[in-house]
Write a protein that binds this ligand. Structure first.
Ligand code: FCB
Length: 389
């Protein structure tokens, strides 16, 4: 399978999960309070990407990547409301400039789950002023970092964030309210749209959103399962995408798994699953991609990956997922790139450091030494030739 010549091959990371010492954020505070049983590790130094970015960008080159997706930490850029930290901005300039010098395109996410403390203290994404506050920060990033950014991404996975933080009570601020979770999604949609307009008012780069969309299958047991699957799929995807699509130059899709509805509930097969128990289903990616065709926007798969500590399945996983991407391209879906999650093993939120998504193993016992896994070299071959065999 040959991919288009200009197809963007990449890998993704995010700030809080890799940089280390993100002390001014709501996540850091929550981790340090350590009141919740389900929290396994604290992020601490994470992968120390903050200091080791150059080495990690070299790894991207070694993997023949054409692009890196990373995130900017709002808590660092704007440590107090309205006060922008020029040293933090300079740091990100250095990181992004290094990426450009190494020949990588940069996909820069402005919000990847973590918030500045001051923002969370005034209600975070429930506050009616959130769109204004977030878009001020987004505009600042555009003004100062534009020279080194190829693609701006406003918000990562608004639905996952609002559900984990406001519905399931798993992430800070640990609320359990359908009303709040719905409200947060509305505010995030407004925030995206306003940030889009403000970024566009100062720079001409493409601006998009990143959505996690799972496919929903159904058993043939009852026709109602089909209806339930369709409702789920709408609520998790189009409900958010419809109002933001016209303020997006591209769609970023994060795809990890499919859910199967059996007798009105989600009941997934026990295998194949990744180390976190997520059911692996390749056709789901194809189905989701096809469903996005109606927006007629370029699509980047901004995350797709597997927690696989033994690195037994990763190479095959990537190839099989890519064959679905190839099929979707043949069917006219404008898929322009694929980013594996993740370049490095990192801090997997409330799961801590246990899940290993990385193409590169990070040895936490030996000074965070980076050791590329076998699958790293398989992916490197694919990225080099643009061919999946
Ligand atoms: C996604 C997140 C990313 C990582 C992967 C495994 O939902 O965007 O930060 O946690 O899942």
């Amino acid at each position: 399978m040959e991919f288009p010549k200009d197809f963007v091959w990449g890998a993704s990371i995010s700030a809080h999960q890799t940089e280390g010492n993100n002390t001014n954020s709501d996540w850091w505070k929550w981790e340090s309070e350590n009141k919740v049983q389900h929290l396994i590790d604290r992020s601490g130094i994470a992968c120390d990407f903050y200091n080791r970015y150059s080495e990690d960008l070299d790894l991207c080159c070694k993997a023949n990547l054409k692009a890196i997706r990373l995130s900017i930490e709002w808590a660092r850029i704007e440590p107090r409301q309205g006060m922008f930290d020029t040293r933090a901005i300079d740091h990100y300039k250095k990181v992004l400039q290094a990426a450009k010098e190494k020949g990588l395109k940069t996909f820069v996410t402005l919000h990847h789950f973590t918030n500045p403390l001051w923002f969370s203290e005034i209600g975070g994404w429930t506050n009616l002023k959130a769109p204004l506050l977030f878009s001020n920060y987004a505009k600042k990033c555009a003004e100062t970092l534009n020279d080194y950014v190829d693609f701006f991404i406003t918000i990562n996975e608004p639905k996952i964030y609002s559900s984990m933080a406001y519905l399931h009570g798993v992430w800070p601020p640990c609320k359990k309210s359908l009303l709040l979770a719905t409200w947060v999604q509305i505010i995030m949609a407004k925030s995206h749209n306003l940030a889009y307009k403000k970024i566009k008012s100062v720079v001409g780069k493409p601006v998009g959103i990143v959505k996690n969309i799972s496919w929903y299958e159904y058993s043939s047991f009852t026709p109602l399962d089909k209806v339930i699957a369709k409702i789920h799929f709408f609520l998790k995807g189009a409900l958010f995408l419809n109002p933001v699509a016209k303020y997006s130059d591209f769609i970023g899709l994060n795809y990890y798994f499919t859910n199967r509805i059996v007798k009105f509930r989600i009941k997934n097969p026990d295998s194949p699953v990744n180390d976190l128990g997520w059911w692996i289903n390749y056709e789901g990616l194809y189905n989701v991609l096809l469903s996005l065709k109606k927006y007629d926007l370029p699509i980047f798969i901004t995350e797709n990956g597997i927690a696989d500590s033994a690195d037994k399945y990763r190479a095959g996983f990537i190839k099989k997922m890519l064959s679905q991407v190839h099929l979707a391209i043949l069917r006219g879906v404008k898929v322009r790139g694929y980013f594996y999650w993740s370049l490095l093993d990192n801090y997997e939120w409330h799961h801590g450091f246990a899940p290993k998504f990385g193409l590169v193993y990070v040895d936490r016992e030996h000074n965070l030494k980076r050791i590329p896994r076998k699958s790293f070299y398989v992916y490197a071959e694919i990225c080099k030739n643009g061919v999946v065999g």
